[in-house]
Design a protein. Structure first.
Length: 222
């Protein structure tokens, strides 16, 4: 739960946004958005000290030196998944072609295999979009896959850096931090709120099903 951990660190420490972002694996603008919305945030802070992921001594080191990189005591349990394209929620699958088109236009140095792993798609689909033979090509509009919610900014930045290094070119600088900072923060907030809304809906459904099951059990026992 990186966002909940970041929220706790923002509230309870004097660590810099860069340190928190690096430790939690978030983009710095996500931490900025959490800090700006601290009072009304829906996140319940998660204490990494109590979770034995970070010590108080390590936090003090970071507070004393803004350039210090926090060292995690233990990593979170790995998420196991089967091989193949990454899972994408049904609601976002129709956005994949737009995200693929954006990467092909802005980062031609990225291989089809890397795009497939990042977006969760096939080489056939990527080739069809590149060759403009995709069945829906007339409606495909290149859009940033981060904004579409298909991947995180951190994942995209890392992929661009690796592809640039392999191609022997200089990785592009993210100039959006200068002119579009507020717009990016707004997008991150909107995405965060949408994720919270979905989580709350899931909890309500689970609670309703649990209550229904308990009522059914009680009636049968009676």
């Amino acid at each position: 739960m990186p966002h909940a951990t970041a929220s706790w660190l923002v509230d309870n420490t004097a660590l810099s946004f860069e340190q928190i972002a690096e430790f939690c694996g978030l983009h710095i603008l996500e931490v900025q958005a959490i800090a700006d919305d601290t009072a009304g945030s829906k996140y319940t802070g998660r204490d990494p000290v109590r979770a034995h992921e970070l010590s108080n001594e390590e936090i003090k080191k970071g507070e004393a030196d803004p350039n210090y990189a926090l060292v995690m005591l233990k990593g979170p349990d790995p998420v196991r998944r089967t091989k193949g394209p990454r899972y994408t929620p049904v609601s976002k699958r129709q956005d994949k072609p737009d995200g693929i088109a954006w990467i092909l236009r802005n980062h031609p140095e990225i291989s089809d295999g890397a795009i497939g792993k990042l977006i969760g798609t096939t080489r056939t689909t990527i080739a069809a979009i590149r060759d403009r033979t995709h069945w829906n090509i007339s409606n495909i509009q290149p859009k940033d896959p981060v904004t579409l919610g298909l991947c995180s900014q951190r994942e995209l930045d890392a992929l661009v850096a690796r592809a640039a290094k392999k191609a022997g070119i200089e990785a592009p600088v993210d100039n959006r931090l200068a002119g579009d900072r507020e717009a990016l923060i707004a997008e991150l907030r909107q995405e965060r709120d949408e994720n919270n809304r979905r989580a709350e809906e899931t909890m309500r459904v689970e609670e309703a099903l649990r209550a229904e099951a308990e009522a059914f059990t009680s009636q049968n026992q009676g």
